[in-house]
Write a protein that binds this ligand. Structure first.
Ligand code: PA5
Length: 441
């Protein structure tokens, strides 16, 4: 289970300051748990892991069997932000790095941009493959996935006919409202509901991600078990509550002028966990002129890119690294009789040992470069641990947001670009804005 390591903060943070912030984090947690804080009507994610009904698994299985019988080899998931990042994060961290014929059906994500190249290439893919589609949008009105679904729905109906397309399309959206719910009802698609009190970036442990992950064979029950265990660990009033400790420490560092947090991984499989984390913290904390700027790096790759800046650029950042205690696989470096590359000193060592030593060397170099280090250790890369990690970050993010004095559950800033885009698209009701924008072009 997850363990927070604060050794890399010790040179920068005294015990008394740490204790003071842990007390503040507990007050923020009390406010969160009471439901009286800002956005207190959006706490459905809080107990989501304990509330999945068994009928959910039955429905997943029915659809899985139907799609298997049709020989579906390509699933297109349409969704943006919180409606796709959690699935992509779990999928990437739990799948083989180089998927081959054993990882069927393949998942492709769409609805995350307006790129003409992307959709033209997607048509090519859908022409070649035996396709099913999952459309995920809580509001049912977000422009990127809505436009994507209009394109894909037409394609599916042209390729398979309306009745067969219906068998191959499943939606995940609000129970009652939104355009996608209306389309679902009219067309008779199978559908899962996103609980109304769960926002997009807190929805990874709901059907939004659980349904697609079930379809491609991941053990979502283990993921839920991990999340449940973490729900328990993160509700404790003890100095071992990981969400409290992490939220407290990032706020201590922020108070010392560390304005950016960089999530570090030493395993490329964690890259989309970092993308998901970035969205969670950016949309939850970045408002009212506040927030810790979330960025991420993949090491050792990025040590040959942004590593220079992290070592010696502006001293305004701290790093949070994720360490996997038990590697799932390993590879031994071979002995070479000629030793032309001079690497025989590594012969017999495993790649995981080298990776760990590279990590320790980097952590110490960055501490020397005044970049404090928070460690998050997970046991191994499996469904249970990933479920726990998701819940841990959600709870820590909500606590940390309250410590910063912002509402973690809204995203008013996202509306600004939408308003301009709709005006420029010519959407009815946006004529005045369109006129003033066009004058600026
Ligand atoms: O966290 C959020 O609420 C957002 O990132 C949403 O997930 C994103 O905007 C997509 O929204 P929707 O699912 O309503 O299409």
């Amino acid at each position: 289970m997850l363990n927070i390591q604060l050794k890399g903060c010790e040179p920068f943070v005294s015990e008394s300051i740490k204790k003071k912030y842990i007390t503040k984090a507990y007050s923020a947690m009390d406010l969160l748990d009471s439901g009286k804080g800002a956005g207190g009507n959006m706490l459905g994610w809080h107990h989501l892991p304990s509330e999945i009904p068994s009928s959910f698994y039955d429905k997943c299985e029915t659809i899985k069997k139907r799609w298997e019988a049709k020989g579906i080899n390509s699933i297109i998931i349409v969704g943006i932000g919180g409606s796709y990042l959690g699935t992509k994060a779990a999928l990437t961290s739990l799948s083989k790095t180089f998927p081959d014929h054993r990882t069927f059906p393949r998942i492709t994500f769409a609805g995350t941009n307006f790129s003409e190249d992307f959709y033209s290439d997607l048509y090519d893919l859908m022409t070649l493959k035996n396709v099913a589609v999952i459309v995920i949008s809580k509001s049912g009105t977000t422009a990127e996935p809505a436009v994507a679904f209009r394109l894909i729905k037409k394609f599916m109906e042209d390729k398979y006919g309306k009745a067969e397309a219906r068998e191959r399309i499943v939606t995940v959206t609000d129970k009652d409202k939104g355009a996608l719910r209306n389309i679902t009802n009219k067309e008779g698609y199978d559908s899962f509901a996103v609980p109304s009190n769960v926002g997009g970036r807190y929805s990874v442990l709901s059907p939004v991600s659980l349904f697609p992950l079930y379809l491609v064979g991941f053990d979502i029950k283990a993921m839920i078990e991990g999340a449940k265990e973490m729900e328990h660990a993160c509700s404790k009033k003890s100095s071992h509550n990981p969400a409290v400790v992490y939220a407290a420490m990032r706020n201590v560092l922020h108070g010392f002028g560390k304005k950016e947090e960089i999530l570090v991984n030493f395993n490329p499989k964690l890259r989309y966990i970092a993308e998901w984390w970035k969205q969670l913290f950016a949309e939850s904390e970045g408002k009212d002129g506040k927030g810790i700027f979330p960025a991420f790096v993949n090491y050792t790759t990025d040590l040959h890119a942004i590593g220079q800046y992290i070592q010696e650029g502006q001293r305004t950042m701290f790093e949070t690294y994720i360490e996997i205690a038990k590697p799932s696989n390993d590879v031994v470096i071979p002995y070479d009789a000629d030793d032309m590359d001079g690497l025989n000193y590594l012969a017999g060592k495993t790649m995981s040992e080298c990776n760990r030593l590279a990590m320790l060397g980097t952590i110490m170099a960055h501490i020397d470069g005044e970049v404090p280090q928070i460690g998050i250790e997970i046991d191994e890369l499996n469904e249970y641990e990933i479920g726990a990690l998701f819940y841990f970050f959600e709870k820590a993010c909500a606590i940390s947001s309250y410590m910063l004095g912002v509402n973690p559950f809204n995203q008013p800033g996202v509306e600004a670009y939408k308003k301009n885009m709709f005006a420029l698209f010519g959407r009815p009701g946006y004529e005045d804005i369109a006129e003033s924008l066009k004058a600026r072009l």
